[in-house]
Every structure is written in C-alpha cells, then in structure tokens.
Design a protein around this ligand. Structure first.
Ligand code: HPA
Length: 278
C-alpha cells in the first residue's frame, strides 16, 4: 500500500506538470532560488500541494519548480522540511517519495554545511561521498512500505560512484574547485559544541549539517541514484586546531550560501545537460 498522503500529492502534481521529471533536486538553506537555468518552468507553492506543510525557516522558500534543464525534465524543491522543525520523518522525506512516484530516478541533494575538515574554506563546494547519520532516527523506522522499497536497504555506495566521478569531471571542465568528503548530519537546530566538532573530526566527518541524510536514505530505499553537494558556509578548523574562533550564525550561513548560488546553479546545469546517465 502506498500512503494516501503520497498518492494525493502525486496526483495533484501530475495534473499541474505535463511531463515526467527525470531528475529531482532539493535545494537547501539559502539556496532556494539558485537554479537560473530552468526553462518552461511551472512554479507551485508548497501550500498548494496536499500534505506539504509550509516551511518555517528564513531562506527556505517553500516552492516546487518543474521544468527543463537542457533537454532533461526536472523538478526542484526550493526549501526543505527539517526534522528539527518538529516534522515527522515522513514529512521530511515527502519530496523524495513524491519525486519517485512522479517518475524521477535521480536525486540531487544540496545543503549548507559547516566545514569540519581544516582544509575546507567557507565558499567551497563539496561532493558528498558518504555520510554519518547522527540524527539518531531512521526515516525507515516503522512498517516497511513494501510497494516502494525493501525492508533492509544497503547504504554502501549510497552516493552513486559514477555520479561522484561525473561531478568531479564537470567541476574540472568548468574550472571550479570541488572538495570531496563525508557529511555528518546532526539533528540541530543548535550549532555544534567544540567537543562535538572534535568528535566529528575524530569520526572522519569533513562537513556537518542538519539535513540531507533522511532524504538520501529514503531515495536509496526506493532505488534512486543519489548525488550530494554541500556548500561549505563556515569553518570549524579553528576548533580542530585549538585556535580561537567563533560559532557560525544563521546570518553568516545564509550570506555565504547566497554568494554560492551562481556557481551552484552553473554546476547543476552543467551536470544535468546532456547527461543521459542521470
Ligand atoms: N553546523 C550545522 N549545520 C550547519 C552548519 C554548521 O556549522 N553550517 C551550515 N549548516
């Protein structure tokens, strides 16, 4: 059985969008309007879609954009639902479930993240090669939705290895610096303590944020190919190196994310254009 919240959202969107999307994109903190290259775009506010609550965070716009990048039909979710907002994991992962029901086989997830790796600089882009789920909850807990995917989901290679290679080739081609690393997700909404930053570094995390991992798990549950990108908005290397520094603020994160939008837009466009493998 597919839950009625999913089929209602799917049917509503099918009537509004005249094509089957191939790629779904989730745009994170401050990145909501990053895609500049979508043609024949239809915009649908989340408040219109059955089962979609309004987003509550500044910088998360709360609309869906459906259209084409090059010849590829896409849907982009501009604004996401976070677990820390009090949403259930079903709501957090609703865009991913609905994307697949609409026909998308690839998910590109983006987020704003703090750089744990001391070599990372605010303003870097990082391809996510793996993750640490430190949110403490699984979006697959509860009865399995057998019609959507299996009970036990392998997550080794959750981030498609050929997608990682593709992102590195595209970054080379358009000459942007691309870091590569492990994304750790914590529940938030508080930023990390110094002890937590040191723990994350010890665990091998390169970046930290408050999202993405539930969406990736659900995408893999339903067999979607996943590509992940973090926009490094602040540096934590000072903690790792026992230097002086300060915690990020939401404003700082938003400011750096906003500055990264043009490069993110270009990168995603280039990634999708002419890519029959996505
Ligand atoms: N920690 C957690 N989430 C974040 C950060 C951070 O440093 N920066 C942007 N999102």
């Amino acid at each position: 059985m597919i839950p009625s919240t999913l089929t209602e959202a799917k049917e509503y969107l099918e009537n509004k969008i005249s094509f089957e999307p191939r790629v779904a994109i989730i745009l994170g903190s401050g990145l909501g309007d990053a895609l500049k290259d979508v043609t024949a775009a239809v915009e649908i506010s989340y408040s219109e879609i059955p089962g979609f609550p309004p987003t509550t965070i500044a910088g998360h716009k709360g609309k869906l954009v459906a259209g084409k990048i090059g010849d590829t039909p896409i849907i982009a979710f501009c604004g996401r639902f976070h677990f820390y907002e009090g949403h259930s994991m079903e709501v957090v992962t609703l865009p991913v479930r609905v994307s697949k029901l609409l026909g998308a086989n690839t998910l590109i997830v983006t987020n704003a993240a703090g750089g744990i790796n001391p070599d990372f600089r605010a303003g870097d882009l990082m391809v996510i090669k793996d993750h640490l789920n430190l949110i403490g909850v699984s979006p697959l807990r509860g009865p399995n939705l057998d019609d959507l995917g299996p009970r036990f989901v392998p997550l080794v290679d959750a981030y498609d290895p050929s997608g990682i290679d593709l992102m590195e080739r595209v970054a080379d081609k358009i000459e942007i610096k691309l870091q590569r690393g492990i994304y750790a997700a914590l529940c938030g909404p508080m930023y990390e303590t110094a002890a937590e930053v040191k723990m994350l570094y010890t665990l091998g995390a390169d970046a930290v944020g408050m999202s993405t991992v539930p969406e990736v798990i659900v995408a893999r549950h339903q067999g979607m190919k996943v590509l992940g990108l973090s926009c490094i908005t602040n540096e934590w290397g000072w903690v790792v190196n026992n230097k002086k520094g300060s915690s990020p603020s939401h404003e700082e994160v938003q400011k750096i994310a906003a500055a990264l939008k043009p490069v993110l837009s270009r990168f995603i466009s280039e990634l999708i254009r002419g890519q029959t493998s996505l």
